[in-house]
Design a protein around this ligand. Structure first.
Ligand SMILES: Cc1ncc(C[n+]2csc(CCOP(=O)(O)OP(=O)(O)O)c2C)c(N)n1
Length: 356
């Protein structure tokens, strides 16, 4: 169905959508568009909160909306999601409220206590050591396979993460053990200030699948319908015991690396300008409007709704009672080691006897 040999040009669907009209699930694409607009609104607010000292360092998902939304829509409740730090929309679509995502970026451990009864309950929190989450994902996929679960594990990372040993180890074991795993790389062309051509001499990131004996797919990460089609395919394949897939979603990081970065110091304004011409939200909106599935009134109403939802999430986040200092231990250990018990008791006494 797809390029089993990763080709030079990413798989794309957008330009062909008009001719596929009757076959397309327009309500799913409209839902996806709405989720993309919501997360862009959230993202802008999160950056502003950091700029005004109300949030810690934040990693923006500007330019990655199609990737992170497609992941959220393609995953099923019984699947597992192992994220990296630009997957806000996936986490939200899995059931994590926006205010909780803000809590995480505000340094509050309670942001990682995903609500029970939602798909997010099965998911992992963000892992800051680059690519370490991929080995965890391989472990979860091994468990899912041994227990004969009909579930897929989706793990994500950036292009820079594909230079790390953890990436190759995970890919290797996913191939050898035929794990029910999809490893999706957001190739946004940059790892902080390191551009793609200094990251790897491989023809593409998808080519790296070849050495692991698994399928590699290179897809246009600015093309929501193509992203959905590729992820639907790869996740179904994993659930049906047909093995792992490496998905390279080609995008462009339209933001700074994080709010602690200034990308204008190392990349050309003209490159950024060019990348904005292909940005995923406007691209999908154009198709939906051209084919009569969206219009200016709905756009206005939805923008207002998103703003309200985000403002409400910000208020909930800002109104949280302070977290107990003991959280830093309680969220790290299942059973606190003997050696830390005295420290925990001291922390508990300092913070007025709060317990998580
Ligand atoms: C093991 C490790 N080394 C270095 C860092 C510092 N660091 C944080 S993000 C980052 C770049 C990651 O780039 P990429 O994987 O391309 O993802 P992107 O941020 O571009 O989405 C680095 C080097 C880290 N967090 N962990």
């Amino acid at each position: 169905m797809f390029i089993t040999q990763p080709s030079a040009s990413p798989y794309a669907l957008h330009e062909r959508l008009a001719s596929l009209d009757n076959n397309s699930d327009w309500s799913r694409l409209t839902d996806a568009y709405q989720a993309m607009v919501l997360i862009r609104c959230f993202d802008k607010k999160a950056v502003n909160l950091q700029r005004t000292g109300q949030l810690g360092t934040y990693a923006s998902c500007l330019g990655a909306e199609a990737i992170t939304v497609a992941a959220g829509l393609a995953l099923q409740a019984s699947d597992y999601f192992v994220p990296y730090y630009r997957d806000h929309a996936t986490q939200h679509l899995r059931g994590v409220p926006l205010h909780q995502i803000l809590q995480y970026w505000g340094g509050d451990e309670r942001g990682n206590a995903f609500p029970t009864g939602t798909p997010a309950e099965r998911d992992m929190p963000n892992c800051v050591p680059i690519a370490s989450q991929l080995t965890h994902a391989a472990g979860i996929a091994t468990k899912a396979k041994l227990c004969h679960e009909s579930a897929a594990v989706l793990a994500t990372c950036g292009d820079g993460a594909t230079s790390r040993g953890d990436f190759y180890e995970s890919l290797n074991v996913a191939g050898v053990w035929q794990l029910p795993m999809v490893l999706m790389v957001n190739n946004n062309q940059w790892a902080i200030s390191v551009p793609g051509q200094l990251q790897t001499a491989s023809k593409s990131i998808a080519h790296k699948a070849e050495a692991a004996g698994i399928e590699g797919i290179r897809v246009d990460g600015n093309d929501l319908p193509a992203m959905l089609e590729v992820l639907d395919y790869a996740l179904a394949k994993a659930r049906h015991g047909k093995g792992a897939t490496l998905v390279e979603a080609v995008s462009y990081r339209l933001s700074d690396h994080t709010t602690a970065d200034d990308a204008s110091r190392y990349r050309k304004a003209s490159d950024l300008h060019h990348a904005w011409q292909r940005e995923p939200v406007a691209r999908l909106r154009k198709v939906l409007v051209d084919l009569g599935h969206w219009n200016a009134d709905r756009e206005k109403q939805w923008q207002q709704q998103c703003q309200q939802d985000v403002d409400k999430a910000v208020q909930t986040y800002l109104n949280q009672p302070p977290q107990p200092a003991t959280d830093m231990l309680d969220y790290l250990y299942d059973q606190l080691p003997e050696s830390l018990q005295k420290q925990r008791a001291a922390l508990s006494a300092q913070s007025g006897g709060h317990h998580a």
